[in-house]
Design a protein around this ligand. Structure first.
Ligand SMILES: [Zn+2]
Length: 118
């Protein structure tokens, strides 16, 4: 299967043992902030390079992230993935197929700064 900015590897779930093994192998620290995690802390297994950004389910691409860093990591991944889709569109779409975007498709700004309908 071709991996494109719109496709990614299906998410796998680790067994409980694999999850603990990963936790120990990563030194029990959050990959984002380095916080040392206790069993009572909230943490998750995540992809170092997110699947939606072209990452894989390889063991080396798995890390642990604490509950505090997860929202930032998610936001970063989503915006990066969105950017990759934008870049793909920009690079691959011929000019003739591009949609005009923004407010100026229905309005035009005159030299004197007045906005008028087209
Ligand atoms: Zn963290």
């Amino acid at each position: 299967m071709n991996i494109t900015p719109w496709h990614h590897e299906p998410r796998i779930s680790l067994t409980e043992k694999q999850t603990v093994k990963l936790f120990l192998e990563r030194g029990g620290c959050c990959r984002e902030c380095g916080r040392r995690l206790c069993p009572k802390d909230d943490w998750i297994v995540e992809h170092v390079i997110a699947l939606e950004c072209g990452g894989t389910n390889e063991w080396d691409n798995l890390g642990i992230t604490c509950g505090w860093c997860k929202p930032q990591k998610d936001a970063k991944d989503h915006s990066q993935a969105a950017k990759q889709r934008d870049v793909a569109v920009k690079h691959l779409l011929p000019k003739g197929l591009r949609k005009r975007r923004g407010w100026n498709t229905t309005h035009r700004k005159k030299l004197n700064g007045k906005v008028v309908p087209k």
